[in-house]
Ligand binder design. Structure first.
Ligand code: SAM
Length: 196
């Protein structure tokens, strides 16, 4: 089990090679990911800011902030990743976290998402982050999370059974709105919960 500090060192070391973030050429383009966020946005019944948990270099935070014209709190454990976010993206607010707690500044969230991040932390951290996201959501706010349901297990790879991930939101006091296996990358599952 890794610590937040070990995760910071690992991801700081990868930040200069952005082909490692978002999978490079072997992964679907950003639009593939954004379609699930758009679906979550349609299901949101709150009016507030957005949260990208494990935002990396802003691959999703920047275009979503521009499309929705809303502030995106971009939280990551890696300062080097945050440094890659385009400074001209005026609606993206980078926030450095310790890898375990969402910083206090992040409040009143209408929609949160976590993409290509949950698989890189232990299941205990995935559960704890989901509970924290719930506390930052406004009533009616939605959390869209992408999890990896099978694959190798090592220090930075933690697949989870889909049924178990569904329970993350329920344990945190949210209602499952939809769950969908990714049509392209079959080992991914997308989940959306809403805070009552
Ligand atoms: C594969 S990248 C994905 C970045 C972005 N979500 C995307 O889809 O382009 C994983 C990101 O998760 C961040 N991360 C890893 N462990 C974390 C943790 N415990 N808390 C917050 N962010 C973390 C890394 O620093 C990295 O930026």
């Amino acid at each position: 089990m890794t610590t937040g500090e070990q995760e910071r060192q690992h991801w700081d070391g990868l930040a200069s090679d952005l082909s490692n973030v978002g999978g490079g050429d072997t992964m679907p383009p950003p639009g593939h990911f954004i379609q699930f966020l758009a679906r979550g946005w349609r299901d949101t019944q709150a009016d507030g800011d957005l949260l990208d948990l494990g935002c990396g270099p802003g691959r999703l935070a920047v275009p979503v902030s521009e499309r929705l014209r809303r502030r995106v709190w971009a939280v990551d454990v890696s300062p080097n990743m945050l440094a890659q976010i385009n400074p001209a993206a005026e609606l993206v607010w980078p926030v450095l976290g310790d890898g375990r707690a969402i910083p206090d500044a992040v409040q009143n969230i209408a929609m949160a998402w976590s993409v290509l991040m949950f698989q890189h932390v232990g299941l205990d951290v995935q559960i704890a982050y989901t509970a924290q996201v719930r506390n930052r959501l406004l009533p009616g706010g939605v959390f869209v999370a992408q999890v990896v349901t099978f694959g190798p297990v090592h220090d930075f790879s933690h697949p989870v059974a889909a049924w178990q991930a569904v329970a993350y939101g329920e344990m945190a006091g949210m209602d499952l709105v939809w769950a969908q296996r990714d049509p392209v990358v079959r080992e991914w599952t997308w989940l959306a919960w809403r805070k009552p």
